[in-house]
Design a protein around this ligand. Sequence first.
Ligand SMILES: *Cc1c(COP(=O)(O)O)cnc(C)c1O
Length: 475
Amino acid sequence: MSAEEFRKHGKQVIDWIADYMAGIESYPVRSQVRPGEIRAALPDRAPEQGEPFDRVLADLDRIILPGVTHWQHPNFFAYFPANASGPAILGDLLSSGLGVQGMIWATSPACTELETVVVDWLADLLGLPEHWRTDARGGGVIEDSASSGSLVALLAALHRAGRARNTLYVSSQTHSSLEKAAVIAGVATENVRIVDVDPDTLAMRPEHLATLIAQDLADGATPTMVCATIGTTSTTAIDPVRRIGEICAEHGIWLHVDAAYAGVAAIRDELRWINDGVAEFADSYVTDPHKWLLTNFDCTVLWVADRVPLIDALSILPEYLRNAATESGEVIDYRDWQIPLGRRFRALKLWAVLRWYGADGLREHIRTGIALADDLAGLVREHDDFTLLEHHPFGLVCLRPLWRGLSDVDSEDATAALLARLNDSGDLYLSHTKIGARTMLRVAIGAPATTREHVRAAWQRIEAEYRAVLAERVE
Ligand SMILES: *Cc1c(COP(=O)(O)O)cnc(C)c1O
């Protein structure tokens, strides 16, 4: 593709994306295709001869779009948001345009140095400790996902503890990526301890953590890492990081904090409390600008309080990567902070986001999500036939109908039927979680296009479909 052809098709693509954004409400939120439908519409083999780019765009509309779930749709309330934004898309496009592979400082100094600047900026905006800055003892890095960030933290913790019978502590509410990290890092499943949670708040119980650690020490194991979560995936519960941190400090255990979804909310002063204990006790911390902070997937920031154990754990220097800058010790080589060698220039999109919105714009975006969630919670609370989890500090509201007159088993079945009806309609998209034996509907608010009207309409829809399901069942 020549520069002139690129210019022409590039403009078409930008127009396509702009039209998509403007018209997003015309699509069903959740893709309605059946398994195999998209594949069946595509040729079995790659073309022998090249094709015009227009044909790719035509097939995008005809074949691909029906198989797309519209995460940027204002009625997308499932899982957590995966915010996209104009500046992030353009930043990512520039990264593609440069085509840089930033594995070490020497392979593109700006790729590394801009990354150090944006992660330091973000640490500052979130009120994270000074010593986590890349110009201090710690440092931040952009990873592809919180899952990778947590795995890297575990590898550093294992390195610091020394390989022994290492134990890892999580709760039933900890994200599954920690269990996966244990599998990958070679921590045996029987050495992953599940700490109890408080039945009401679903937060980790520090007393039980202390008991498990004492037992493991008595058994000759090496308690190696505790993962505390700020904003669990299921219900946005918040573990008591300070108490957990005190226990970790007593035994020299690595404290990892998973704030993948909720950490970015600390950009608002009134939410700084969510990080209580983090500055004093956390060894590592992950949060995902790619969820709620307007930065297209993938962009996770991992910070460490001390970068030495991380680099010691992951640094391998083959002859072909030797260079004067690395040898001088004056530069960061981010390949030592992640699993793969190669890395994209992800800092460009976060830089574009931080500059376009400014701290104030980002604070306003988070404020809006929380205000809309509060609004929804108020509507649910007023309704006699629904109940909700009263703890909803962020953009997630968990609710369910009470299904008066139905047995427990029938209630569960009715909740599942309600969820299927809503999602099959294509008008909105929710996900669910289980708390004890009860299924709750999760309404995760935070897409940039979502307004009060969307939330109110979603609630009316939930309420109307609830009445329809109930009517079918109590005849
Ligand atoms: C979403 C989430 C993750 C996983 O995030 P990825 O960036 O997709 O790996 C981990 N932990 C928590 C608490 C999450 O909500």
